[in-house]
Structures are given as C-alpha cells and as structure tokens.
Ligand binder design. Structure first.
Ligand code: A3P
Length: 321
C-alpha cells in the first residue's frame, strides 16, 4: 500500500493536481504541500489527520524528520510513560515483543492513511502517545490550541541523509534499483525528499521551543547519545512525570535506557524477523545507531556542501550540529 498511488480520496487527488511535483524516492512523485514534500499516499494521511485529529490536553506527540531517531524516541517515551504499568522491565514488557512503531502509532503513515477510515482514538486511555513527521506549521490545529506536549528530536542532517539513503534502498531493492548516492544527495540538499527540507523542519520546532518551552521540547540525537541518562530525565520532567529519588536509586532510569538501547532492541526476535504494516521489515529501523557514520560515505565536497547549507540556514538561529 505504501507504494500505491491510486488509493487516494477525491480531495487528495484534486489537491495533487494543484501542487508542485518532482520525482519521488519510493513512489514515482513527491508533491510539495505547505512547504514540505510528500508521497501521495502520505499526503492522504496528512489531510485526514489535519481534518480529524482532536487533541487532548494530556496527549503526547513525538515528532521527528525520518531517520532522526524516531524508533528510539518512541521506545523511550513508551517505557517512561508506562513505567508503573510494567514495573519489571525484563519480564512481560511490551517492548520485548512489539516494535516501538506499533506501540506508538504514526498519524499520517499509520492511523490516518486509509481514506475510508477515521480512527476512533477516544478509546485510548490517557496519556495517549502519537507520532508524526509533520512540520510544526502543518500540525493539526487542535494540537496547537491544546496544552498537549510535543517532543521533537532532530539529528545532524549528514547522518539523517546517510541513514535515509540506506533505508530507502532497502525499501526499494525489491522493486527497483538503488538510488545513486550523488543523485539522492543532490535532491536531499534541495529539500526534495519526503518531509524535506530538513532544515526548515528543524527550524520550525526550534523556534517554537524557544517561544514556548512548555509546549515543545527540542532534542538532538547526538546529545541524547552522549548523555542519555540526563535527557531521559529531562523528557520525564517535560512530560510532567519526573523520576523520584527512589526510582533513580532503584535504577529505573538505567533500566529504561537499557531496554531501549540500540543493542537491546535490535537483537530482539521481533525486531530481527517481524514486519510492520506496509510490509516494512522491523529490522530496517535498526542499522548502526551511531553518530558520525556520514564520514564513511560522504565525500569532502559533499560534507562541505551540506555543512554550508546548515550554517546558512541554522547557525544564525543559534543552532548547529
Ligand atoms: P542509522 O541508520 O544511522 O543506524 P528512525 O527511527 O527515525 O527511522 O531512525 C533510524 C535511525 O535510528 C537509524 O540510524 C537506526 O539505526 C537508529 N536507531 C534505531 N533504534 C535506535 C536506538 N534504540 N538507539 C539509537 N539509535 C537507534
């Protein structure tokens, strides 16, 4: 279904005829909507969640650009929020048998992607946790109007690109050839990749987090890798479920970090052999889980080029990678 462009509602089909389009990465085309690029089937989900999602003040929304650490953030947030429900993290914890993407559903590539189905989310007990790759500007209005919390995680565009290139080639390999690195890089730098441009995506949430730090928490993958204990506690504070001194001394923070670590999650049977909806193998979400793999793939010219864009677009706003 992920690959199909013909299963679209009338509203989406009509909209597509009015939007700028370019060659796609998986689907044949990408379309630019509200400043960002989408595959048609994803745009279908975007329109539906913008129209139908009703936020509750207790909701938690996890936002990332693709390949910025979504899987990790989902696992951490799920384990954090549900730590009283599953006190023994090594026995019977849902993360041991279920991929994080199943536990924290996406909107536009999950709950809202079927044109004929509006999900009933009222049955979910609060706090509900959802995720999306949407830009801040494109979030459903009720998210902005409510006091629900938004956790945004970004990553150095170089590593995000490299991770995405590997990911997309795994998805494409069954049906078509891999995208040459140079071509993918050129398109990524122009921002013509799903949910791109990454710089504007990051900036939207960065600005919002400065404006309203109770609403949007802004995190970087690199910093979380460096100081996971500190940042998990920060996320807990932000979500108003701080760790008690007793929990800390009992090792609850460490337990959650261990359970959600790349090593632990990627070696679980469910993540080695399981499949997600859209027929994507769970193992595609676990590759290296390291900072700086771009050094192994990008040429000096590429590094200079992408760094220049980052400097031009982000540094003046106080952001760097
Ligand atoms: P690499 O391809 O660089 O290894 P997303 O979850 O947004 O799709 O991002 C995927 C990236 O996050 C991949 O990066 C993947 O290996 C990494 N990742 C997945 N699980 C992780 C975890 N538990 N901790 C740290 N990184 C993780």
């Amino acid at each position: 279904k992920y690959l199909q462009e013909n299963d679209l509602g009338e509203e989406c089909k009509e909209l597509l005829t009015t939007l700028p389009s370019e060659k796609g990465w998986i689907t044949t085309h990408l379309y630019q909507y509200q400043g960002f690029w989408f595959a048609p089937i994803i745009l279908q989900g975007v329109l539906s969640c913008q129209k139908h999602f009703q936020a509750l003040d207790t909701d938690i929304l996890l936002v990332t650009s693709p390949k910025s650490g979504t899987t990790w953030l989902k696992a951490l947030s799920f384990a954090l929020i549900n730590r009283n429900k599953y006190p023994n993290i090594y026995i019977n914890h849902p993360l041991l048998t279920t991929n994080p993407h199943e536990l924290v559903p996406f909107w536009e590539i999950g709950l809202y992607c079927d044109k004929d189905l509006i999900p009933d989310l009222n049955t979910l007990s609060p706090p509900r946790i959802f995720s999306t790759h949407l830009s801040y500007e494109s979030l459903p209005k009720s998210v902005k109007d409510s006091t629900c919390k938004v956790v945004y995680l970004c990553r150095d565009p170089k590593d995000t690109f490299v991770s995405y290139w590997h990911f997309i080639n795994k998805l494409r390999s069954k049906n078509s050839e891999t995208i040459p690195l140079e071509e993918a890089f050129e398109r990524f730098c122009r921002g013509v990749n799903p949910y791109g441009p990454i710089w504007e995506h990051v900036l939207g949430y960065w600005k919002k987090s400065l404006e309203n730090s109770e609403k949007v928490m802004f995190l970087k993958y690199e910093e979380m890798k460096m100081k996971p204990y500190f940042y998990l506690k920060e996320i807990a504070n932000f979500l108003e479920c701080p760790f008690s001194k007793e929990e800390e001394s009992k090792g609850v923070v460490d337990d959650i970090l261990n359970l959600c670590s790349f090593e632990k999650l990627s070696n679980l049977e469910v993540n080695k052999t399981g499949k997600m909806s859209f027929d994507i193998e769970n193992k595609c979400f676990f590759r290296l889980g390291r900072v700086g793999d771009w050094k192994n793939l990008l040429t000096t010219e590429m590094i200079e080029h992408i760094n220049t864009i980052t400097e031009k677009k982000l540094v003046k706003h106080g952001l760097s990678f």
